[in-house]
Design a protein around this ligand. Sequence first.
Ligand SMILES: N[C@@H](CCC(=O)N[C@@H](CS)C(=O)NCC(=O)O)C(=O)O
Length: 218
Amino acid sequence: MPLVFHHGHGSPYSWRVWLALEFLGVPYELKVLSFSAKDQMKPEFLALNPRHHVPTIVDDGFVLWESLAILEYLDERAGGPPRLYPGTARERARIRRLIREDEEYLDREGLTPVYDEFYRKPEGAAPDEARVAEARRRLAQELDWFAGELGGRPFLAGEAPTAADFVLYPEIAYVKRIGGKKPATQLGGMLPPALAAWAGRIESLPFFDKTFPPHWRS
Ligand SMILES: N[C@@H](CCC(=O)N[C@@H](CS)C(=O)NCC(=O)O)C(=O)O
């Protein structure tokens, strides 16, 4: 029985898992939940995951949520190669550090406040300019940080993508999307060239297109 992957289009947490499933070549059955239909609050989904979050996987009766726990589980389950966390203990620790830095700084201090101000406020409410300016400043610092972490490599940990790349990519996709859709955010053109080129490499992976949120195509 294939592993069941409950996904929501546009969820950065779920997108990282989809990229990983494809990269590892794990067979899976995709179940897309509609946030607008509140599928995640329906009794059948709550029975699986009382936290009503995607991503959630079901592997032969074993239910797991939290994207980072899922990535580590999938990596161990598949056994590799390829691996999401390859290399020595130190190399794997660096991948985990990059993931935590992405969540703590780039996402929480940079991207999320901008998203809150432009997408989560009631219709017609003006964004808090001071909050946006500070978040943009932090975001620019963190984008430079990750460009530096590439250090001229094709992917964050070397020649092949790892969990660090699949966690970072959806955040960068959001920077690109928000910058294009909402010029007032001034996120457009913010990506350092090395990070823009890296995003292009992720987007060229043979499985990338199927994971792209369909509602982002318009
Ligand atoms: N820390 C969780 C976050 C998951 C999460 O927040 N998922 C959101 C979509 S981006 C969700 O399912 N929201 C629906 C809800 O809260 O009802 C992870 O890494 O998996």
